[in-house]
Design a protein around this ligand. Structure first.
Ligand code: G16
Length: 550
């Protein structure tokens, strides 16, 4: 049993954050997400308690990120970060969901029950361990109030915490990993924002040795936290005149809260397949868009005929994997390392074919959500994972890091390749997908290959595709299997989708319930644009019919 004084403090703290009538919460694709004023404060209080339990359980610092990433400005959300800077272990999502759905007056007892369920092992009671939590938030206006609710829980239990203020999601993940690996062989860096910039800038300089980036890159920061943070990083990077990079930051207004993700940002560009209206880029100029918390990025450009071309997460993955595979070959260590790519069902069919047939690398397909891709990528020595929407990174296994660090070069070419690989280990944020780090990585690879965006796009031609957001009465009835590529419920829906797909050349489509929005997503691709749009429309009708609730 927990001390009565602690239970009383929890009761007092939780009373200020009741659950609104009828509200149900779920730890989804990326934690809890909803309208910020629809009872998210209650969730914040409970997430604070889960972080405490998790910290005690793992005897490590746990991170909490307050953000709703690509969602509209009035939404907010919260996700937990495990000790190595990765997403909360999935088996704990259930505890988080359960506590979030507990009415305030029952929280003390529910917390006590969770202590008994998660912290008591046969040898020792972990409950007496000290807990440590770090948290940060994006630029949303609701952030400070939500922090108050979170602190109320941490203060009620009386644990140590650090408020890191406003950070990008990947910066918080980086800091958590740095804190927990400090002084070990896995040391990740200095656990500060400055440490993050310095590590990235140093790696960038090594990788850019003898290379030139042609022309400026325009970065649309979605009017989110990525804007000011990127500006800070720029002050650590060499300018174009110094052999570095010319980054033009646009859509970086964080003072107008409603501007966040509005007609800009990675999700807008990917979904609408068009540039943000105010970009002012010339034909051939490289552009990219971050999302609201700077953990995803997509590239694009207009060609000489002013036709828009998207270079999405699939492209960044193939670009990066091809580069890393080349470097391991030049370094003479390719036979010792298994390189692979992880995608989701949203990956363009042409990209999968390119990876398997041209790059000759294996592909693993997982369900949507960084947590799924991350784990699959960790099974390769060099695992490149990207969602088509721009979330992704590269993971180097301990074995790969050892081989790359310890190999002795036998020629200047091998030395250069090994130095480059070592710098990649530092440049790429292995804790989690990081838009800023991914963007620098893409810029470096393009410079190494002397590629224009046209060269990049011509590696393979995307199958025309369409993504549709369908609102239904209850999205939870849509259940999937086979990495979300097939519906198992409602009965009959998949058969109809299969029939439709078979009517089109290269027709492929699937539907799945979103984990971050109250909607079902439909993806369709086919040989031609008209066909892909027709297929998307027909599958949308199927989903509407089965989801109408009648
Ligand atoms: C989050 C997740 C991503 C996922 C996206 C859309 O992104 O982190 O892995 O692809 O949501 O997910 P869903 O289709 O389930 O809504 P973000 O950028 O919002 O954190």
């Amino acid at each position: 049993h927990l001390d009565q004084a602690l239970l009383n403090k929890l009761a007092d703290g939780a009373a200020a954050y009741p659950i609104p009538e009828g509200r149900k919460y779920e730890y989804g694709t990326a934690g809890f997400r909803m309208k910020a004023d629809a009872g998210l404060d209650h969730v914040m209080f409970t997430v604070g308690l889960i972080a405490i339990l998790r910290s005690k359980k793992r005897n490590a610092t746990i991170g909490i990120m307050i953000t709703a990433s690509h969602n509209p400005a009035e939404d907010n959300g919260v996700k937990l970060v495990d000790p190595m800077g990765d997403m909360l272990e999935q088996s704990w999502e259930g505890f988080a969901t359960r506590l979030a759905n507990t009415p305030s007056d029952k929280i003390p007892k529910a917390y006590e029950a969770l202590v008994n369920e998660t912290l008591v092992d046969e040898i020792r009671q972990l409950q007496d361990r000290p807990a440590k939590v770090v948290f940060a938030r994006d630029t949303r206006a609701s952030g400070p109030y939500l922090v108050t609710a979170l602190k109320a829980a941490l203060d009620a239990v009386g644990v140590a915490y650090e408020d890191k203020g406003i950070l990008t999601t990947p910066q918080l993940h980086y800091i958590v990993r740095c804190i927990n690996t400090e002084g070990t062989v896995y040391a990740f860096g200095e656990p500060t924002e400055k440490g993050y910039y310095t590590k990235m800038a140093n790696a960038f300089k090594t990788l850019m040795y003898g290379r030139t980036i042609h022309g400026a890159i325009t970065v649309d920061a979605a009017n989110g936290v990525g804007g000011p943070k990127l500006r800070q990083l720029i002050s650590y990077l060499p300018t174009a005149a110094e052999g570095g990079i010319d980054i033009k930051v646009v859509n970086d207004d964080v003072l107008k809260p409603e501007a966040l993700n509005f007609e800009c940002g990675a999700d807008y560009v990917k979904t609408k397949q068009r540039s943000p209206p105010n970009l002012n880029a010339k034909p051939g100029d490289r552009c990219c868009s971050l999302d609201g918390d700077a953990d995803r990025v997509v590239y694009y450009y207009n060609d000489e005929q002013n036709v828009f071309h998207l270079l999405d997460g699939d492209r960044i993955a193939t670009l990066g994997a091809a580069f890393l595979a080349d470097m391991t070959r030049v370094a003479g260590i390719d036979s010792k390392l298994k390189i692979g790519i992880v995608q989701t069902a949203y990956a363009n069919g042409a990209s999968t074919e390119y990876v398997e047939k041209v790059l000759k690398l294996p592909v693993t397909v997982t369900a949507t959500g960084v947590k799924h891709l991350h784990h699959a990528a960790a099974r390769y020595d060099i695992g490149v994972y990207f969602e088509a929407n721009g979330h992704g990174t590269v993971l180097f296994s301990d074995n790969a890091i050892k081989i790359i660090r310890e190999s002795e070069p036998k020629s200047p070419g091998q030395k250069h390749a090994l130095d480059s690989l070592r710098a990649c280990i530092d440049l790429i944020n292995q804790a989690v997908g990081d838009a800023i780090s991914d963007m620098l990585f893409a810029e470096i690879v393009l410079a190494h290959k002397s590629w224009t965006p046209d060269n990049w796009r011509n590696t393979y031609i995307d199958l025309p595709n369409r993504l549709v957001r369908v609102e239904v009465a209850d999205r939870s009835i849509f259940k999937t299997t086979d990495a979300e590529r097939r519906l198992t419920s409602p009965k009959g829906a998949q058969e109809e989708i299969d029939k439709l797909c078979s009517m089109y050349q290269k027709g492929r489509a699937f539907a799945r319930a979103s984990g971050t929005e109250d909607a079902v997503r439909v993806y369709a691709e086919a040989h031609s644009k008209i066909e892909s749009e027709k297929l998307a429309g027909q599958v949308t009708e199927v989903i509407r019919k089965y989801g109408s609730g009648t």
